[in-house]
Design a protein around this ligand. Structure first.
Ligand code: MV4
Length: 496
């Protein structure tokens, strides 16, 4: 398991179910980490810095050889989308649980990906198909496409090396800025132009592809609730989607995976406008953080499928076997301070009470007394709930967040609780600007003194939760169904 934290534990859980022995790798900062405790064996791979440990290909390969590992699961982040690593595993005779180096490189280079995708008949954002060579040509092209446009680094992704251009005089400075940023970040300064899609939704499709060319999709995830290109909440089905568009986008996602000769679990990202026009954005050639919502609604363990595919087994599901059952939402719980610009808050967990109960899944790795290191992503856990309907899932997420207690570090829990009561979220009426649009309500939280409607809803909700959780007063009257209590409760009851 070439990873750490919650994803390492999550993958090893499935291995244990499948009777597969696991080897953890760990840096000096992770000696007491849960993934080390959960594994069957653990190998130390170096100092805390990722570049010296979890990103060091030689160290990981050495650990695999030392323990006679048959296969490596890369998780997400770290080496998961590194073509060289996929290739190196192959050369060493170790199965890489993921796609080939060629598939990774083809999708990692956005210009190559756009060309492949167009050939497959899938809509891409209108724009250029080759790197910008001459600045004058770019100006001509942009005038054809029409402002605003985005300049994007071909080697970029996830928001890095992007520039929005609103006015003609910004074109050349933006190209130069994007190029130098791309050069510094990726060692490749190729940039291209896309028409700007304003107020988009981010909707992605999960795919599974085996070594025999069978490809299925597992429907969509709505990921528009994000902050600075970091997803905050994901849900499936998307409140925006219709059965017709879902079917069409799903077929296009399958076409993308086939065009990339893809193998394993992958995700096709689309940007979608309010009129449900959709365009391919990028393909993520790994298991994603938010994969559990798909698992819950479709009923398939994606890690088990990844392992079986890597092991050369044929997919046992056909597209027509799959359907979406109910609604799932995931909240990402970070060790960060939502009232102080989300600065990371690593440190020791003094107390943790995890939410439990029907329809709740909690994918985490911390325990009482564990110290979250400052070297890595401060994700503590992912809280995933399921409900028959979206309304039920939201109510279940509210009560789960309400009963989730962590002390010792600051967490994003109360910020997520606020989102669950913001009218635009409750109505399913949101796009990638949601957090910015609702910034006032979300950021001021308890301090909000204005006459804002959402704060009233939050206050009413907190009141409701307190009523449900308070201890019944001692009474001489042993009949606890006294009428004042019942009236009080009925007033607050919600029916689904
Ligand atoms: C865009 C766009 C609008 N028009 N491209 C941001 C991350 C990277 N994957 C692509 N991104 C965007 N590309 C065009 N032509 C708006 C975004 C964008 C965005 C996309 C998905 C999720 C969140 C986003 C937040 C801001 C901007």
């Amino acid at each position: 398991m070439a990873n750490r934290g919650e994803i390492a534990v999550r993958v090893m859980r499935t291995c244990r179910e499948m009777g597969i022995k696991t080897v953890a790798v760990f840096s000096d900062a992770d000696r007491t980490s849960m993934h080390v405790r959960y594994s069957d064996e653990a190998v130390h791979i170096g100092p805390p810095l990722s570049s010296d440990s979890y990103l060091n290909i030689d160290k990981i390969i050495e650990a695999a050889k030392q323990t006679n590992a048959d296969a490596i699961h890369p998780g997400y982040g770290f080496l998961s989308e590194n073509a060289e690593f996929s290739d190196r595993c192959k050369k060493e005779g170790i199965t890489f649980i993921g796609p080939s180096a060629d598939s990774i490189s083809q999708m990692g280079d956005k210009i190559t990906a756009r060309k492949t995708i167009i050939k497959a008949g899938v809509p891409v954002v209108p724009g250029t198909m080759d790197p910008i060579e001459k600045e004058e040509d770019a100006v001509t092209k942009i005038n054809e496409i029409g402002l605003p446009v985005m300049i994007k680094a071909s080697a970029g992704g996830g928001g890095k090396g992007m520039r929005l251009v609103n006015a003609e005089k910004e074109i050349i400075p933006s190209i130069r800025a994007a190029k130098s940023e791309a050069k510094a970040a990726f060692g490749n300064d190729a940039v291209y132009i896309e028409k700007y899609i304003s107020s988009p939704h981010h909707i992605e499709f999960q795919v599974l592809a085996d070594k025999f060319g069978n490809v299925i999709h597992l429907f969509e995830r709505e990921c528009s609730v994000q902050r600075r290109h970091q997803k905050v909440i994901e849900e499936t089905p998307s409140p925006l989607m219709t059965p017709e568009v879902r079917n069409e986008m799903g077929n296009h996602a399958v076409a993308v995976a086939k065009a990339a000769k893809y193998e394993g679990a992958g995700t096709i990202e689309f940007i979608v406008d309010d009129n449900l026009n959709y365009y391919f954005l990028e393909m993520n050639t790994r298991l994603q953080v938010e994969h559990p919502i798909t698992e819950r609604v479709v009923g398939i363990d994606l890690v088990k499928e990844q392992i079986n595919i890597a092991n050369g087994l044929e997919l046992t599901y056909k597209q027509e076997d799959l359907s979406q059952n109910g609604h799932a939402i995931e909240c990402r719980i970070y060790a960060e301070d939502p009232d102080n610009n989300f600065i990371p808050s690593p440190g020791k967990i003094l107390h943790i009470t995890e939410p439990l109960g029907f329809g709740v899944r909690h994918d985490g790795y911390v325990y009482e007394g564990y110290e979250i290191p400052h070297y890595y992503d401060p994700l503590i856990s992912k809280l995933i709930v399921w409900g028959k309907t979206r309304e039920e899932a939201i109510a279940r997420m509210r009560r789960s967040l309400f009963s989730y207690k962590i002390t010792g570090v600051k967490t994003s829990i109360k910020f997520l609780e606020r989102i669950m009561s913001v009218p635009d979220f409750v109505d399913g009426n949101y796009n990638t600007h949601f957090i910015e649009k609702n910034r006032k309500i979300l950021n001021q939280g308890d301090k909000c003194k204005g006459d804002c409607k959402a704060m009233a809803i939050i206050a009413a909700f907190v009141d409701y939760e307190q009523k449900l959780s308070k201890v019944a007063p001692k009474s001489d009257n042993q009949n606890s169904n006294s009428s004042w209590k019942l009236n009080n409760r009925r007033k607050n009851m919600v029916r689904f």
